[in-house]
Design a protein around this ligand. Structure first.
Ligand SMILES: Nc1ncnc2c1ncn2[C@@H]1O[C@H](COP(=O)(O)OP(=O)(O)OP(=O)(O)O)[C@@H](O)[C@H]1O
Ligand SMILES: [Mg+2]
Length: 361
């Protein structure tokens, strides 16, 4: 899937933008606050319905406007053209159209026009709280095993109910719900473990390639309880759980741990190494996605060059440019970066007092 045309109206600093992209790599540069991130955010938002900056969608509507809209044209590997339009109003009304037909679920669009964004929030992959990495793992599992979503939702529901019973001290019902929770938690854990094994293999291979000096770098999966049997843990801790009103062992405690020489990687690695490692986690996601879907997603990488040295940038750009991937990459100054890419098209973003942000090549 290839994004060829993009029209943005009233999205953040953009009043009206019409742009065609005809190269695999698009570099977007410009001063701070000019609208580089907003451009890739628009591409990502149109596909996923979310902003990677965790803002409410109403914040994305240009100030003093009531509605934003994004139109795009995607070309498939078989050279079919798809026209996609998404608009969103301050009254929280969203309209999604593909080939002129109304689409009711954003997830259908995300599947058909996949976009992956790697932004400075992702660069903190190692430093974030466990929930961030757990969500990352779940996101990967959802893609590899479509039935996982159902199991995951059921587990969440049963866990909520169990916590409610613990809170209200209804010990008579607790045993039944505990057993039900354990069955579902085991299924969730098995799915996570299988996908983690794949993640770990790819991680080891990429670390050897990108960080050859860090041979003692390991990735581990923590399932969320210490002993083999979760039911035994819940039974032995029931009095504590009744007191605090929730269970403190289960799938909500899972994490991905990265270690160097048995030390937590987040305290050991440098900022640049941590950023590279975070990008590699998303590279793994892209690779797994491509294996499952047989076509690459559109890849948006925000602020590529900060913290990364020249040789790392060269390795990374070579790696990303394989397999006909389409890349949108932002940087404050494309000058030192463009040489790492094969025939990139460079657009400069600047603010125009009348038209909002505009692109020039
Ligand atoms: N809803 C909105 N309406 C109008 N302008 C907005 C809105 N939301 C954000 N902006 C403005 O959009 C501009 C572009 O922000 P963006 O984050 O894209 O800049 P950037 O070029 O990526 O900068 P940096 O180099 O600092 O990362 C900012 O000046 C911001 O104040
Ligand atoms: Mg930015």
């Amino acid at each position: 899937m290839y994004l060829q045309k993009l029209s943005i109206h009233n999205f953040r600093c953009y009043s009206s933008l019409d742009q065609t992209f005809d190269t695999a790599t698009t570099l977007i540069d410009g001063p701070n606050g000019s609208g580089k991130t907003a451009l890739i955010e628009a591409i990502y938002w149109q596909s996923t319905g979310r902003s990677f900056r965790h803002h409410k969608s109403t914040d994305l509507i240009k100030h003093q406007q009531d509605c934003l809209s994004i139109f795009s044209e995607y070309i498939t590997v078989q050279e079919n053209r798809f026209k996609l339009g998404v608009s969103y109003s301050k009254l929280n009304k969203k309209t999604i159209k593909c080939q002129g037909e109304m689409i009711h679920r954003q997830t259908d669009i995300a599947k058909q026009f996949p976009v992956i964004a790697i932004d400075p929030g992702c660069f903190l992959w190692l430093d974030h709280a466990p929930a961030f990495r757990r969500t990352f793992l779940d996101w990967l599992v959802f893609h590899v095993k479509p039935s996982y979503l159902n199991i995951w939702r059921k587990t969440q529901k049963v866990q909520q109910h169990l916590n409610k019973l613990l809170k209200h001290g209804k010990s008579a019902e607790i045993d039944v719900w505990q057993s039900q929770y354990v069955q579902l938690a085991e299924l969730t854990h098995q799915a996570r473990q299988e996908v983690f094994n794949e993640l770990q293999n790819r991680f080891n291979r990429l670390v050897k390639y990108f960080l050859p000096g860090q041979s003692n770098l390991f990735l581990d999966y923590k399932k969320g309880w210490h002993e083999d049997n979760l039911l035994d843990v819940l039974i032995s801790r029931q009095q504590v759980h009744l007191k605090q009103g929730y269970i403190d062992a289960g799938i909500h405690k899972a994490d991905l741990l990265c270690r160097v020489n048995n030390q937590a990687a987040q305290v050991f690695l440098s900022r640049g190494q941590k950023k590279l490692l975070a990008i590699l986690m998303y590279v793994i996601f892209i690779e797994i996605f491509e294996t499952e879907n047989h076509h690459p997603p559109v890849i948006c990488l925000d602020d590529i060059d900060s913290e990364l040295d020249q040789s790392t940038l060269q390795l990374l750009s070579d790696y990303l440019q394989q397999k006909n991937r389409q890349l949108f990459i932002t940087t404050v100054d494309a000058g030192p970066v463009r040489g790492f890419f094969k025939n990139p098209k460079v657009f400069h973003v600047k603010q125009d007092p009348r038209k909002g942000s505009i692109l020039s090549s």
